[in-house]
Design a protein around this ligand. Structure first.
Ligand code: ATP
Ligand code: MG
Length: 417
């Protein structure tokens, strides 16, 4: 073998693909019910879309991006998240001229250079939604409701919804000072990354994964106590909307989110059963991102949900995912004329919408019947040259091991049920 799969990536094998399709199909049909349209953006973008300003202190921009120069010396980055590309497309295609709010969903691979572990990969997949154009907290509640419905449709019950407000640039300035005052005495003990964050964006220290930093940040002041009037009213509004929809939540002042562009609403769905990487879904409001990317001032709110972590939660919840339908019928053939006839028959059955299979390994009859078992075929049709002359085939119902002769023209009708 000349090489292995790159670290932090995974194959999805045909035996596992039913899980992925089940999750994706459930998401697509739910999004359609909520009136969201699918958007697909490229796997790579110009780096400056993600690294927008010098003030950006997220882990993603600082150390996780798969960036390279292409042969035209352009700075390119494999998308580490789904929102910025959707925003870029919204602005570039002037979708803001369409009816508001704009509602999009996506299912996409994402790439981050991380330390691989359970629930943390270098290539992973997200499904997510974005609502552009509404300042109303009803939009935030609708986004959260969709995430919750999705998780419930999949049968997941143990996920906790945690919400917070991280304010706006106005109220964050005052909070920033209070937070720095609190953290300053411990400055020397923080990890190097957090030392850098101290000046640029101290709030990010609260999101550090290092236990030492987490310990030092214990008892830090909460953004919630520093919200301006507008942000405080919005948070009350959000809670009222969620309560009206009977969506249970806990207020968690510790949620700050991994991306710098959030404002006001921040939320997560967290599982207690899959270990440290328990956050399955994260989202929030980003009222300045669209303008930052170059569009007209337009508020936005959305979430990103990691499919690999979702599958881990489903597994730990013991949720059975429906297996792919087995083959309807295997056509077993004996003799040259039967072979030719069988190949045409399989072709016709497939055209008629049946999952029909034919032995391609030149097995004898016994081998072909064994093969029918291996692929869990519901029926086997046995065709020999003699049967052909009589215009008949043998139809075997595998589950009950019963066999009977039927006229060739009845094949489709007989395997219909
Ligand atoms: P974490 O704090 O776990 O690093 P994050 O804040 O970086 O998460 P987001 O950027 O909000 O995560 O991404 C949304 C979701 O995507 C996460 O809740 C998680 O389910 C998933 N996700 C993020 N990074 C990874 C990864 N490296 N591997 C697998 N899933 C991931
Ligand atoms: Mg992260």
């Amino acid at each position: 073998m000349i090489t292995n799969i790159p670290r932090g990536t995974k194959d999805v094998l045909p035996s596992q693909i039913n899980k992925w399709r089940y999750v994706e199909n459930t998401f697509r049909s739910l999004c359609a019910r909520y009136g969201f349209g699918e958007i697909r953006t490229p796997v790579f973008e110009h780096t400056e879309l993600f690294a927008r300003g010098v003030g950006d202190t997220t882990d993603i921009v600082e150390k996780q991006m798969y960036s390279f120069k292409d042969y035209g010396q352009r700075d390119i980055t494999l998308k580490p998240e789904g929102t910025s590309p959707v925003v870029r497309s919204f602005v570039e295609n002037k979708l803001f001229a369409d009816v508001m709010p704009a509602k999009y969903y996506y299912i996409t691979p994402c790439f981050r250079y991380e330390k691989p572990q359970s629930g943390r990969l270098r290539e992973f997949h997200q499904c997510g939604i974005e609502v552009f154009g509404s300042k109303d907290m009803m939009a935030d509640a609708e986004v959260i409701a969709l995430a919750k419905d999705f998780l419930e449709l999949l049968g997941i019950r143990d996920l906790e919804l945690r919400i917070n407000s991280i304010g706006c640039p106005n109220c964050r300035a005052k909070y920033r000072e209070a937070l720095q005052d609190f953290l300053r005495p411990s400055y020397d003990q923080f990890c190097d990354t957090c030392k850098g964050r101290f000046e640029r964006n101290p709030m990010r220290i609260l999101d550090c994964k290092s236990p030492v930093c987490q310990e030092l940040a214990q008892g830090a002041p909460h953004m919630l106590d520093y919200l301006c009037e507008d942000c405080a009213a919005a948070f009350e509004d959000l809670k009222a909307n969620l309560t009206a929809m009977e969506l249970d939540f806990t207020v968690d002042p510790g949620i700050v989110r991994g991306l710098d562009y959030y404002t006001k609403t921040a939320f997560e769905f967290v599982s207690n059963t899959i270990g440290a990487q328990g956050t399955v879904c994260g989202g929030g409001r980003y009222d300045h991102l669209i303008e930052e990317v170059g569009g007209p001032s337009t508020p936005g709110v959305g979430f990103g949900l990691g499919i690999e972590r979702l599958l881990l939660v489903m597994e730990s919840n013991g949720i059975e995912i429906p297996a792919d339908e087995p083959a309807d019928v295997l056509v077993a053939v004996m003799g040259d004329r039967a072979r030719a006839f069988g190949q045409k028959l399989v072709h016709d059955l497939r055209k008629a919408g049946k999952k029909a299979a034919l032995d391609l390994m030149a097995r004898n009859l016994k081998g072909q019947l064994k093969y029918a078992d291996r692929i869990h075929a519901k029926y086997t049709i046995v065709i020999g040259d003699n049967e052909l002359d009589a215009g008949k085939v043998a139809l075997k119902t595998m589950a009950v091991s019963q066999q009977r002769e039927i006229p060739i023209e009845d094949i489709l009708k007989e395997i219909e049920n």
